[in-house]
Design a protein. Structure first.
Length: 182
């Protein structure tokens, strides 16, 4: 049965060495066909679903810059993102993809919820599309890093670009990258 009180929460960008952390909370007003884990969908399908979700849901998006992640740490930034979404959404029914509630009593968790629960799948899509768009925009400002291709993850090409050009302002300098340690 469809639950229009449930707010699904998911993130994109926890592991990259550059770019923001993006959290999304989604409370669907109706069922949307084709939802699934954002990583398993084509970019074209994600973009179509992104538009439908924005039209047929209450959506909260929290974007945390790399500088803030370096300043506060990843766990604290996750807590701040979750708190903001839970304050913005008009419900007490939250489901977060993963196994940690980060100390929130009213936050339910489920491993692989983005593959099992429509609201979390929708949040996964909103977070990924939002973050990917940001990384493509940032690639225009920093073309030497290839952000439009690897989206800030630690690919071989990205590591080589850092070795050649050093870090830029959107790199997470607090992250330790073995390939960059001498």
């Amino acid at each position: 049965m469809f639950d229009n009180s449930l707010c699904g929460i998911d993130e994109a960008g926890r592991g990259p060495i550059a770019g923001p952390l993006v959290y999304a909370g989604v409370k669907l007003h109706q069922n949307i066909e084709g939802l699934g884990d954002s990583k398993s969908l084509s970019e074209k399908k994600r973009l179509l679903l992104f538009s439908a979700i924005k039209e047929y849901a209450d959506v909260s998006i929290v974007i945390t810059a790399a500088e803030k992640i370096d300043e506060h740490g990843l766990s604290e930034c996750i807590k701040m993102s979750l708190k903001q979404i839970m304050q913005e959404q008009d419900t007490d029914n939250f489901l977060f993809d993963g196994n940690s509630s980060y100390g929130f009593d009213n936050l339910n968790t489920m491993v692989k919820a983005d593959t099992k629960v429509a609201q979390v799948s929708a949040a996964s899509i909103i977070a990924k599309v939002t973050r990917d768009k940001i990384m493509v925009e940032l690639s225009q400002k920093y073309p030497q890093y290839g952000f439009e291709k690897h989206k800030g993850y630690g690919s071989a090409a990205h590591i080589e670009a850092i070795k050649k050009f050093g870090y830029c302002e959107i790199h997470r300098k607090s992250y330790k990258v073995k390939a960059l340690e001498e």
